[in-house]
Write a protein that binds this ligand. Sequence first.
Ligand code: FAD
Length: 402
Amino acid sequence: MGHVVVIGAGQAGASCAAKLRSGGYDGDITLIGAEPVPPYQRPPLSKAYLMGDMALERLFLRPEAYYAENGITLRTDTTVTGIDAAAREVHVGGETLGYDHLVLTTGSVPNRLPAAIGGDLQNVFAVRDLADADAMAPYFREGANALIVGGGYIGLEAAAVAAKNGVHVTLIEMADRILQRVAAPQTSDYFRALHSAHGVDIREQTGLERLTGDGRVTGAVLSDGSELKVDFVIAGVGIRPATALADAAGLALDNGIRTDAFGRTSDPHIWAAGDCASFPFRDAQIRLESVPNAIDQAEQVAENIMGAEKEYVAKPWFWSDQYDVKLQIAGLNTGYTDVVARKGEGQTASFWYFRGDQLLAVDAMNDPRAYMVGKRLIEADKTADKTVLADPSSDLKALMRA
Ligand code: FAD
């Protein structure tokens, strides 16, 4: 018998605990989470759940009874305050829990707007937790004025939900273009046009000077000097890996909690997975902020705790829903040199990222076939003929046989 303690009852933590049990681990498993609810999926918090189209119960990854039925001690509303790596113990308030293996799945912390520019006013929201979504949802009312700070996926998804609810939305992005950090100009152009068609006022190269209001936010001054009347503000200004516990325990950090290819941290009894963990990928140490990565990496850690000694080979993919457009992304576009556009009917389009002749990634909008073909090619380390790709009448599936 042993004891695995998992800190962080989110997507990765729940996946790790479940995989340990289904894989035959017969020791004790304790899954500890700071939030007051069982593990749930976050993506709907800026999509269907925020829109009011998804019931709370459907957010939960597993029914609450699952944990007890599978011998997993789930402790919600409980924050781990320290790790004593030498003694192999974690501190939970005044209590101490011993472990044989410890798994850190502490996720991310959202960046907030600084209090000095009004970030602490009421009705200024981040979008990370269920509590955030529940707090902002009542303000998504016809005729309200919203300012969204940040043109990444979270900000754009929140903008789409707000616009669909009849909110007047202004979205500001400090960089030259929305999605600059994660996508090619073609993808930015696509989503800018989509949002503009739904009445969202997107202002690029525009920062936030300050928020104004007496207790509650009522206005905003932008970097170009313009002033807006606002009823609520959503900050989608990025996240940082939650590394405080690991740092205090003396674990190596490197853009997150540094792990080797097996998911082990610099302490052989401590593992990490999900948003908080960085890991070797090709010739770099990377960190991914996505559900598929959280699940796959956490399951790999569970198997390695059980002795598999298998390396984690990430197969990055991601999705985003905005209005009636489903974006699916396969691969990682880091280091791309050119982009091939393939335009289909209506809103169907895909953008293919290359480094020279190597296919790196694809952004597919309402085009599941392009996504599927791109994913298979990338995972098989195959490339695709650029002229064939650019011709919308060509048969994409034939590319897989080439
Ligand atoms: P989390 O799910 O964040 O879980 C970490 C948990 O650890 C949290 O509950 C936290 O409270 C807890 N914790 C931290 N410290 C402690 C402590 N000391 N003690 C106890 N508990 C602690 N990904 C996609 O692939 N597609 C999407 O469309 C998509 N949309 C998203 C939309 C939103 C609004 C958000 C917020 C994220 C979205 N993501 C999406 C990202 C995805 O949800 C995350 O990558 C994923 O949840 C990461 O899982 P995780 O387990 O690493 O972290």
